[in-house]
Design a protein. Structure first.
Length: 215
């Protein structure tokens, strides 16, 4: 009788063990899915950050057509530093798409407001099959905004490089070459621009502006 009772108890306990094991297996799969979803979400955020920075960089490096840096007055330079002379049609969102693709993602949206560029990215990879309802096949999505921020101002007292700031020569005098201009920047840095030895705008822009992600 004792042996039969023991065998009966084992038979009754087995379903309980099966339920517990199944529950633990489900929990493990659920944690795995949550972890994978977090990775996909992190990938989306990385792609969005890279795309927004690329869009802002492209916007910063493109001035409006027809601008001749050698002829700009100090007032004109102040407008440049305020971001009012950027050519925002020069492919910022195309650059964002390219950088998103480098991170295995696409740009769902890309927009500009002043000197801010906002991007929403979506990963090409998905969470995959999942035991958690509503997560199977989902892609990661994230938003990011980057801003072009001036770090310099025209140094006070500069005559500037523009034609309006250079004395007009007399009838018998040869025209005077535009003069150099100096910019006073953060941390005491001084940036020079000499029209006689011009530098490419992207190189100068990198010295005059910061690009940073914002919340």
């Amino acid at each position: 009788m004792t042996w039969r009772r023991f065998g009966g108890d084992r038979g009754q306990a087995f379903p309980i063990y099966a339920v517990v094991v199944a529950g633990l297996l489900f929990a493990a799969l659920a944690y795995f899915t949550i972890g994978k979803a977090a990775i996909v979400r992190s990938n989306a955020q990385g792609a969005a950050d890279a795309a927004a920075l690329a869009a802002a960089r492209e916007g910063r490096d493109s001035l409006l057509p027809g601008i001749d840096l050698a002829t700009l007055s100090p007032e004109d330079w102040e407008q440049v530093l305020l971001g009012n002379r950027f050519d925002h049609s020069a492919g910022a969102c195309a650059a964002a798409q390219d950088f998103a693709a480098m991170n295995d993602a696409t740009t769902a949206t890309c927009s500009r407001s002043g000197t801010r560029f906002s991007v929403r990215s979506m990963t090409n990879g998905t969470v995959g099959d999942s035991v958690v309802p509503g997560t199977s096949g989902r892609r990661g999505e994230a938003d990011a905004t980057a801003e072009i921020v001036p770090r310099c101002r025209v140094k006070p007292g500069e005559s500037g490089s523009g034609g309006g700031s250079v004395p007009t020569p007399g009838p018998s005098e040869p025209p005077k070459a535009p003069g150099p201009i100096k910019f006073s920047c953060d941390k005491g840095v001084v940036v020079d621009y000499d029209p006689a030895r011009p530098r490419a705008w992207p190189s100068l822009a990198a010295a005059l502006f910061d690009i940073r992600l914002i919340d």
